[in-house]
Design a protein around this ligand. Structure first.
Ligand SMILES: [Fe+2]
Ligand SMILES: [Fe+2]
Length: 177
């Protein structure tokens, strides 16, 4: 569970309107495969802006290293939160889901997602990692992007990813929510 300061920053960050800038959107198109781009494009504006911010931080971290030209890690950054598509929650609903998950325990998410209405949406939101992984695999996205989407909030899964030394640390540090 991320700290409350992250939640507050995310809440106010999400209130900024508009899609990513045109040069960022063009960059995303150059990084993603057509199938990955199709999913990325369906995210709401603030999720796409978040994904670009995370991927730009990853790009910056890998600048002038052998990893700089490897678009798999940029794709992983751009696609890590695509599971949020499934809940269809707005800013207030997301903040509420996060607080409810913190209060009731994340283990409740699966039961909630089997219910109806807002309870179901909260459950789906809290399960966005695994839902994103499934969505990406079904779309034929690159393995690294699907695997990171599924693991990005679950530190115990990171060793099993088998990513090159240092990549997970960069991807995690770049994600501020
Ligand atoms: Fe996430
Ligand atoms: Fe994120």
């Amino acid at each position: 569970m991320k700290r409350a300061s992250h939640l507050v920053r995310r809440f106010f960050g999400a209130l900024r309107p508009g899609p990513p800038r045109a040069n960022d959107a063009a960059w995303v198109e150059s990084v993603l495969t057509p199938g990955e781009l199709e999913i990325w494009s369906r995210m709401v504006n603030h999720d796409r802006r978040h994904s670009v911010a995370v991927a730009r931080r990853v790009q910056h971290s890998f600048a002038n290293t052998p990893t700089a030209d490897d678009s798999r890690w940029l794709a992983a950054a751009l696609l890590h939160d695509v599971g949020k598509l499934d809940a269809g929650l707005g800013v207030i609903g997301r903040a509420s889901a996060t607080l409810a998950g913190a209060a009731a325990g994340h283990d409740m998410a699966e039961a909630w997602s089997a219910k109806r209405g807002v309870t179901r949406r909260f459950g789906l939101y809290l399960r966005h990692a695994e839902l994103g992984e499934t969505r990406l695999r079904l779309a034929g996205a690159r393995e690294e992007a699907a695997a990171w989407a599924g693991a990005h909030h679950a530190e115990f899964k990171w060793d099993a990813l088998g990513f090159p030394e240092g990549v997970v640390a960069v991807l995690d540090a770049a994600d501020d929510d």
